[in-house]
Design a protein. Structure first.
Length: 241
């Protein structure tokens, strides 16, 4: 399987869960080499292979090279999970630099398209594509405008992919996390927002990455063989549309 953003947070939890179910992985990550190597150790401790591919998924050619490497290592792609994401908090539209908007779109949305397009010829009937969306696409916090747009776009793309790829026997679904504790949160949010992160959910807390991982495994499994075009909420009770 191919997993982007697998060096930490949700991606690491997903990688470990799949390895424990018997999957070999190719993990794409930006430049956090120590984090990626830690994930690799977890996967290998589960008795599975883990190939690490650093690089910027905002570059279309790199997205294609990820797929090429996966095919070279494993001969095919059974599961493609797009999890890598970029976000920054801004208090007004005017504060958003053009470059930041472009980077968010390229990393979160464009890269999903480029990887999927490259992977399809190497996927057999029964294969699965899973995108990471967000509760933010339904209840968008204004300070995360570019991020919200990309997550709504991924949800829409998955809906289209499920219809386009159904005749090939390839399923496409997405997972919509609510507030989840990951390294992205303290790195991109003001301290006061970090302090209260997740407290607004009906369960009254943020989730942990390990609470998300089983949903990804389920969507990739034969038990979900008739599930396609779905978006599964893991939100602590926050509804999605």
């Amino acid at each position: 399987m191919v997993l982007t953003g697998g060096d930490s947070g949700i991606g690491r939890a997903v990688a470990i869960a799949f390895a424990r179910e018997g999957a070999d992985l190719l993990i794409s990550y930006l430049d956090e080499h120590e984090d990626a190597e830690e994930t690799q150790r977890w996967v290998e401790d589960a008795g599975r292979r883990c190939v690490l591919v650093p690089g910027d998924v905002a570059v279309p050619a790199h997205c294609r090279s990820i797929i090429d490497r996966a095919v070279a290592e494993f001969s095919r792609i059974d599961v493609l999970i797009s999890n890598a994401a970029f976000q920054m908090t801004r208090n007004s539209v005017e504060e958003i630099p053009d470059e930041e908007w472009d980077t968010t779109m390229a990393t979160n949305l464009d890269a999903f398209f480029h990887r999927t397009k490259a992977a399809i010829p190497h996927m057999r009937p029964g294969s699965a594509i899973i995108g990471s969306t967000s509760v933010n696409s339904d209840s968008p916090p204004p300070q995360l405008l570019p991020y919200n747009v990309t997550k709504a776009g991924i949800a829409n793309m998955v809906g289209s992919l499920s219809q386009l790829l159904g005749p090939k026997g390839i399923r496409a679904n997405s997972v919509a996390p609510g507030p989840i504790w990951t390294p992205l949160i303290p790195a991109t949010m003001p301290e006061d927002q970090v302090r209260d992160f997740g407290s607004q959910t009906p369960l009254g807390r943020a989730g942990q990455p390990a609470e998300l991982a089983p949903v990804y495994v389920m969507l990739a499994s034969d038990e979900a063989s008739y599930v396609s075009g779905a978006r599964v909420a893991v939100t602590g009770g926050q509804p999605i549309l």
